[in-house]
Design a protein around this ligand. Structure first.
Ligand SMILES: C[S@@+](CC[C@H](N)C(=O)[O-])C[C@H]1O[C@@H](n2cnc3c(N)ncnc32)[C@H](O)[C@@H]1O
Length: 397
């Protein structure tokens, strides 16, 4: 086992050890993974610790690195029973302390084992919402590396990279194997410019952010200029679009639709083909402008903050006649689901695309309480080497 922990675990500074807290190394086994993809290990006194870089079923000796409220943090000193699915991490920056990148916490596991863990997380997150048989086998990514079509680099003018594991330091990144070729080239080109005074952060900030994707080059990037959202894995996005198209094609008649968190129209372009009308909503004005400029048939693009109740209540009255809801929120989910349902009383089908299991569960419960039932769930892996998982789900009244 390569430790890649370093002398100081970042959690030490963030989470102080309490007075009187037991700190001697302890033996234990990893019983689960938390939502950040870290192992969950219980000590013999029942105290639970989160441990990066370990996998369910592994046993070892652990050292406490800190506590924060009821949560304990630890690192593995030695694994007495390592998983047979361990691999050498493909990235030189992978690790779990302030000198390593915090981006891909699962690089030490084989890709099939990662997929299995994601499928297990989905099943347990949806327990009680639907029968397990409604959850389809996860769609793995065709590429476990070299897939990522966007990134946010941090720079202080001297270094360029990502945020460190467990701290808010920048880790200088020379290569990033999860980026696609185009973005790897942009990273290499940007690094040629270091040191770059134009990337120094504004006062009181630790860094500037450089948003990159397939449509920018090192010469066209402006620090802090956010780009419209795009799904981070191009091939998996195509599958998501095909899934959506199949759902729409199976409807009896072209529905009036409301699409929330539409971005610049990744899904709207398909909806325009099958729906009589689409009210497409997003809070990011440049994305809505891009969508409006496409002049898709029957689509009204509108800017609103859907995290606010008044954002929902001020939506065009068009939403009141909608029978189809398509939504693809950020990780916060759509906490105002209840407000929408009390306005859009004609809704009979919801296609909910989610990137967060906890908020999905919360929002789906609101739909179920108002007469919807979960009909199918398709998990999709857009982000290999990380614990993230997407859900494509159909709910019907
Ligand atoms: C997961 S992305 C989905 C975008 C689009 N469906 C796509 O596939 O490209 C989430 C979108 O939610 C938007 N968003 C984030 N917070 C929002 C809010 N409070 N109100 C409305 N839209 C929001 C973002 O601008 C982003 O476009």
């Amino acid at each position: 086992m390569k430790r890649r922990y370093g002398k100081r675990n970042g959690q030490r500074s963030a989470a102080k050890q309490r007075q009187g807290e037991r700190s001697e190394p302890f033996s234990g086994s990893v019983r689960d993974l938390n939502s950040q993809g870290h192992g969950v290990v219980a000590r013999d006194d029942g105290r639970v610790f989160f441990v990066p870089g370990v996998w369910p079923g592994e046993e070892g000796v652990f050292e406490v690195t800190g506590t924060k409220g009821r949560i304990g943090f630890a690192q593995a000193l030695k694994l007495t029973h390592p998983s047979p699915d361990r691999i050498d991490p493909p990235c030189p920056h992978h690790g779990f302390s302030g000198e390593y990148c915090g981006g891909c916490p699962w690089q030490f596991m084989s890709y099939p084992a990662q997929l299995q863990a994601k499928a297990t997380r989905v099943t347990s997150a949806l327990a009680g919402l639907c029968q397990d048989e409604l959850i389809a086998p996860i769609w793995g990514s065709p590429q476990a590396l070299g897939y990522r079509n966007r990134a946010q680099f941090k720079s202080d003018g001297k270094q360029l990279g990502y945020m460190a594991a467990g701290s808010r330091n920048i880790v200088d990144i020379t290569v990033c194997p999860i980026l696609n070729e185009r973005n790897q080239q942009t990273l290499a080109d940007l690094r040629q410019r270091l040191p770059e005074p134009a990337w120094r952060p504004a006062r009181q900030r630790a860094w500037s952010t450089l948003h990159i994707d397939d449509d920018v080059t090192a010469d066209t990037i402006t620090p802090e200029q956010r780009r419209p959202f795009r799904q981070g894995n191009t091939e998996q996005n195509q599958r998501m679009i095909q899934w959506l198209e199949a759902q729409l094609a199976a409807l009896n008649a072209p529905p009036a639709a409301v699409e929330l968190f539409a971005g610049s129209g990744n899904f709207t372009q398909v909806m325009a083909k099958y729906c009589s009308s689409v009210l497409a909503v997003d809070s990011f004005a440049p994305a809505i402008e891009e969508l409006a400029a496409r002049e898709l048939r029957g689509v009204t693009a509108t800017c609103a903050d859907l995290a606010r109740r008044d954002g929902v209540s001020q939506l065009d009255a068009q939403c009141e006649n909608a029978t189809l809801l398509v939504l693809d929120p950020p990780r916060d989910g759509f906490a105002e689901m209840g407000a929408l349902l009390s306005r859009a009383v004609e809704l009979n089908t919801a296609l909910y695309i989610s990137c967060d299991l906890a908020t999905y569960r919360r929002d789906a419960q609101i739909l179920l309480a108002s007469g919807f039932a979960l009909e199918s769930v398709q998990p999709v892996d857009l982000f290999p080497q990380t614990p993230h998982v997407e859900l494509l789900s159909v709910l019907r009244r």
